[in-house]
Every structure is written in C-alpha cells, then in structure tokens.
Design a protein around this ligand. Structure first.
Ligand code: MN
Ligand code: MN
Length: 477
C-alpha cells in the first residue's frame, strides 16, 4: 500500500492523537493483555476500601515493604508502608535525595460508589411477608442502575464483645446474592414513567430483598421472617440486631471483571474508579528501585463523598504520615519543616476521567474530551461553573509531565470532564495542591463511569502503569 501523503508542515505543527492499539507491536499487545490479568484479579478480590488494604499489605510485604514501626531509621532503597484505620494506606520507596528536596507522590482513592446498609437496616413487611434491608447509597450514582443486578454484601461488624467480624456474602458461587427489585414495565407507566430518569428509583426505594421464610416454631414472635434472618446472622456471625448499628456493610455488584468486546480490548468491572489508578500506581512503585526522590503512593478513602473524614485526603493523615517518614529519615527533623517539604514535592492525582460515550457525545467538547484507548488522560483542571472548586495545574508542571510522557513514549491525551457548564467533578488534586505541591490529575478514561460495571481499555490501563512508572523513575523532575 502506498504511504499516505502528509503535509510536512502539518506533521511539524499539529498535535497527534492516535489509538494506542494501532501503534502497538505484537510484543506490546501481549504485554497489555498480560497486565490486565493481574488487574482483573485485583478487582475481583478488592471491592471495598478495607479489602484493598487487606489484600495489598501481604502483597507489598512479599516485595520487601515493612511497616514503619519496624524501622528505627530509613535509608535510601528502604521500602515502607503506613496504614490508618484499615482504610487508608501509604507506601514509599526511600530515594537517594533527602526528603527536604521533596518527594514524588501518586495519590489515588480506593473507595467506590456503592449501596451502604443503614445502621438499622433490617425490617419485615408483614403485609407482603418479606424481610428487607434499608440502604443509604454512597457517592454519586444513577440509582436506577443498581436495581435488578446481583449484589454481594461486604464489610465489618463490631460485636458487643468487641470482636470484629468480616463479612462477605455473595461472592462464592454457592453463596446467595441480594437484589434491589424494580417494578415491571406493565405497571410502571404512571408511577415511574412520569418521573425523571434520576428519580426513576428514589433513595428510599433502594431496598434490598433479604428473605421470606418465617421462623414458624417461634409462635409468639411478631416478625417471624425478620427473626429468621436475625437467627441466620446469629448462627453465622454470633451477632444480634444491635450489632448492626456498629457495622459498615456495603452492597456491591456480585459480578467479576470480564473482558469486553470480541477483540477482548476492554475490561468491564465494578470499582475501576479508582482502583485502576491504585493498582497501576502500586505496580509502578514496585518498579521504583532506589529512586532519585522518595516515591510515595497514597490510597485514600472517602473521595467519592468529598474526601472528608479521618481517612479522606482532607484529613491530617498526609501530614502525619510524611512527618513520620521524615523523622525516621532524619532524627533532627522538626515538624515546622514539613510544609516546605510538601511544597517542594510533585504529585499526580491519580484518578480516572470520563471517555466519550459513543451515543452521548454532546456532553463533551470534542477537542478537549478523552477517548478510550488513546492513552492516559492529563486533566489540567476540573470543577464546575468556571473551574470552581478545582485544582488548576500550572503550565510549568503540565509542560514537565507531557515532556516526561513523550520522552518515555507513553501515549497521553489532554482532556477535561465535559463541556463548559455541563457538569463537573473533583478529585483529591486540590487537597494536595493546597500544600503548594505541583499537582495534576492523571489517569485512564472510562465509559459508564460510576456504574456497577465500568469499562476501561486494557491499553489505557497498561499505559497508565507505564506513565506512573516513568514518573517515579524520572531524575529531572
Ligand atoms: Mn475517582
Ligand atoms: Mn468517582
């Protein structure tokens, strides 16, 4: 085939954007698919923030990472981790330079939108003889997407005797699953047909079916079906109804990650926002062998509800964990030096972006929207209504990051979340930037983001890993 003619001036002056797949040789395509196998395994096991922490700690310990309290002093090449409340994790490989010169941080979040059980969830509808769980959803969801799909319940229950019970029901093939039922179309026209899409299912209508066999031997009991469910929970976990008050029970899709498309180019799975970035940054940290500057990965909780609370990016955790690192690297460290260390540091706010949906292109402005398979997305700013509430990365840092990716032949694209004034969103970026850290949002683009089954390109996942690995390895930055 004759080579297509190109204008040399166009070649020189215009920005390219091409499918990462089209440019990949056979070896790279194999590497992309191989990488996605480990990724899918991670997503299969890790469906809650606690499960990520519980899964990752043994994994990093095998790679030589030790809890910070095992170290008296930290030296270059040491691998260390810190954990708080079982839900936020930081991991570091100590670099050659002193921490005073700043560190290199990749911050992702390990919580995902889901359906939480209320603290008094269980009730019996005596009229129609069903036991049900009341819920309060977590994060930004389209509620109608969570009905009629198999759900598993994951979480912990603190019993009256102080014992912590881990719960996972619905993942094993032999387990029962749970479901939020919807109304049949024949009868839905008046009730749901006049509602807006977002209100098709309302918050209090997200009610989970729990069972319907009455405990017939308890003749005097008022709610025999509810009692039966409590008896089953008591037999399995030794709990009573009051114990559910001190529980975190999360209903998540009882579906495992799958390849999507005949060409198997995509991964479909729950929780890719933002475990795609958690996994890829962890793999990148494993590549960091005594880096120039200390390489740190943070896995934050609570991003989906505004990064609040003791385990969110707005907490003091980041200051406490960095100062603990600093005092182990330098016994003369003073807390007052912390802020300048932060300000000398560089961060990637590792979070997913949205890819153009083939049907709903109109919410985007095509020139500044992400396409699936086009590489990692650099997102200078987010926010809503005039960049409100957003980190806005400096031109200087944007320049450094794009040069870094170009130098390492990492496919990348520049995008924002949607059209101006169409909507908006935030990440942990602004909370890192508040320390004066150079920060930019950077991660793969997903289709069907925040749904129970999000879609990502395997090539983008792989290239996100390569981008993060290059960031930790870079000497100049
Ligand atoms: Mn996210
Ligand atoms: Mn999100």
């Amino acid at each position: 085939m004759a080579k297509k003619k190109t204008s040399s001036l166009e070649e020189k002056l215009t920005m390219k954007g091409e499918s990462s797949w089209a440019n990949a040789d056979k070896k790279t395509i194999k590497a992309i698919h191989d990488f996605s196998e480990g990724y899918k395994k991670f997503l299969t096991i890790c469906k809650t923030e606690r499960e990520v922490v519980d899964y990752v700690i043994p994994l990093i310990e095998k790679k030589g990472f030790k809890s910070i309290d095992k170290y008296k002093k930290l030296k270059p090449g040491d691998k260390v981790y810190q954990v708080s409340k079982g839900r936020v994790l930081s991991m570091a490989v100590i670099g050659k330079k002193k921490l005073d010169d700043g560190f290199r941080l990749i911050a992702s979040h390990i919580d995902s939108p889901r359906i939480d059980l209320k603290q008094k969830p269980l009730y019996e509808d005596t009229d129609i003889e069903l036991a049900l769980f009341k819920t309060h959803y977590y994060g930004g969801i389209k509620k109608y997407q969570w009905v009629n799909i198999p759900l598993a319940i994951h979480g912990v229950i603190m019993r009256a005797d102080g014992k912590k019970i881990n719960v996972v029901i619905g993942e094993d093939e032999s387990d029962p699953v749970f479901v939020i039922g919807d109304l049949l179309p024949h009868l839905a026209h008046k009730t749901q047909g006049t509602r807006t899409l977002f209100e098709g299912i309302k918050g209090e209508e997200l009610v989970i079916l729990a069972g319907h066999i009455p405990l017939s031997e308890e003749k005097d009991a008022k709610n025999k079906i509810k009692l039966h469910i409590l008896k089953l929970l008591n037999e399995k976990y030794g709990i009573t109804e009051e114990d559910l008050v001190s529980a975190e029970l999360e209903a998540v899709p009882a579906m495992n990650p799958r390849d999507v498309g005949l060409d198997r180019s995509m991964v479909g799975a729950y929780g890719q926002d933002d475990r795609a970035c958690a996994y890829t940054s962890l793999m990148a940290l494993f590549d960091a062998k005594t880096p120039e500057r200390t390489a740190i990965c943070y896995f934050f909780d609570k991003e989906e509800v505004g990064s609040i609370g003791a385990t969110g990016a707005q907490s003091n955790y980041i200051e406490l964990s960095v100062s603990e690192l600093m005092s182990k690297m330098n016994p003369d460290f003073k807390y007052s030096e912390l802020k300048s260390v932060m300000a000398n540091s560089h961060a990637l706010s590792a979070d997913v972006d949205v890819a153009i949906h083939p049907v709903f292109k109109d919410v985007h402005e095509a020139n500044n929207a992400a396409r699936i398979g086009r590489g990692i997305v650099i997102c200078k700013f987010g926010g809503a209504r005039g960049k409100g509430g957003s980190n806005d990365a400096t031109a200087e840092y944007m320049g450094q990051v794009r040069n870094l990716f170009n130098k390492n032949k990492v496919p990348w694209q520049s995008a924002e979340l949607g059209k101006v004034d169409e909507g908006g969103g935030g990440t942990v970026a602004r909370f890192l930037a508040e320390y004066g850290m150079e920060t930019v949002d950077c991660g793969p683009a997903l289709i069907s983001m925040h749904s129970p089954f999000e879609i990502g390109s395997k090539a983008d996942i792989y290239n996100t890993y390569r981008a993060y690995s290059a960031f930790f390895a870079e000497k100049e930055l």
